[in-house]
Design a protein around this ligand. Structure first.
Ligand code: ADP
Length: 220
C-alpha cells in the first residue's frame, strides 16, 4: 500500500487560479522524496492537501488506506496525529521553552507526564539537543530552532513526516545537516516528503524528486 497517493488531483482557488493540475503520484511506505519547483508552482498547495488545510477541487488524496475526502470531522484529529509537519519558520512558541514546545502535542493528546518526559527527551536526543531543553527558542541559533521544530514534529512518532521549505532560512552547511536528520528518520521507517526549491541540495542527495511546474507534476 502506498503511503501517499494523489489521483488526478486539481486545485482551483476561489480566485480562479489553478495551483494543481491533474496531479498523479504515489510515494511508497518508507520512501523519502523531494517536492520541488519554482516559487508559486504549487508545492505548499500540495502539502496542504495532506494536512487538510486545503481540499482538492477534483481527484482524490489517499494516505495509507484513508481517502482524505472521506474522513469525518471526528476522524480528522486522529488522522493529523499520524503526521509530523515541519515549517520553514519552525513556528515555535516564544513564551515556552524547548521542552514545553515539544511536549505540547503530547499534552493535547492527553499522555501522562512521565510518558511525555520520556518521549520529549528521546526526540531531543535524536536531533542532538538534549542539553537545550530549558532554553527558550530565541536563545537558539536558527539551525537549532529548526532542530527543535523537527523534534516537535516527530515526538509522537508519525508514520509520515512532511516539511515545507525546512531549510529556507539556513545556510548550505546547516541545510545539509537538517536533510541528513530527515534521512535518519527515514532510515527507521518514516515516510518523508520535503518541499524545497534548493536544487543544489537535492542533487547532493539520492532520493526521488517530484517536480511541479505551474501545477503539473512529474516524478524523476
Ligand atoms: P509554492 O509553494 O510552490 O510557492 P503555492 O502552492 O504556495 O506554491 O502557490 C501556488 C499558486 O497558488 C500561486 O500562484 C499562489 O499565488 C496561489 N495560491 C496559493 N494559495 C492561495 C490561496 N489561498 N488563494 C488563492 N491563490 C493561492
Amino acid at each position: 500500500m502506498s503511503a501517499i497517493r494523489f489521483e488526478n488531483v486539481s486545485k482551483r482557488y476561489k480566485t480562479g487560479h489553478e495551483a494543481l493540475r491533474s496531479a498523479d503520484f504515489s510515494l511508497e511506505s518508507g520512501e523519502m522524496a523531494f517536492l520541488t519547483g519554482h516559487s508559486g508552482a504549487g508545492k505548499s498547495t500540495l502539502l496542504k492537501m495532506l494536512t487538510l488545510v486545503e481540499h482538492p477541487s477534483r481527484g482524490e488524496v489517499w494516505v495509507g488506506n484513508q481517502n482524505l475526502s472521506k474522513l469525518s470531522r471526528y476522524q480528522i484529529p486522529d488522522y493529523r496525529r499520524t503526521l509530523g509537519v515541519v515549517y520553514q519558520n519552525h513556528r515555535l512558541l516564544g513564551d515556552r521553552n524547548v521542552y514545553q514546545n515539544i511536549a505540547l502535542p503530547l499534552q493535547i493528546a492527553g499522555y501522562s507526564r512521565d510518558h511525555i518526559g520520556r518521549r520529549v527527551r528521546a526526540a531531543l536526543d535524536r536531533v542532538g539537543l538534549l542539553a537545550a531543553e530549558s532554553a527558550f527558542p530565541q536563545a537558539l541559533s536558527s539551525g537549532e530552532q529548526q532542530r527543535v521544530g523537527i523534534a516537535r514534529a516527530i515526538v509522537h512518532k508519525p508514520r509520515l513526516l512532511i516539511a515545507d521549505e525546512p531549510t529556507g532560512n539556513l545556510d548550505p552547511r546547516l541545510s545539509l545537516d537538517i536533510m541528513h536528520l530527515f534521512e535518519q528518520f527515514n532510515r527507521v521507517g518514516t515516510t518523508v516528503l520535503i518541499a524545497t526549491h534548493d536544487v543544489a541540495l537535492i542533487k547532493r542527495m539520492k532520493h526521488p524528486v517530484l517536480i511541479l511546474d505551474k501545477g503539473r507534476l512529474r516524478r524523476v
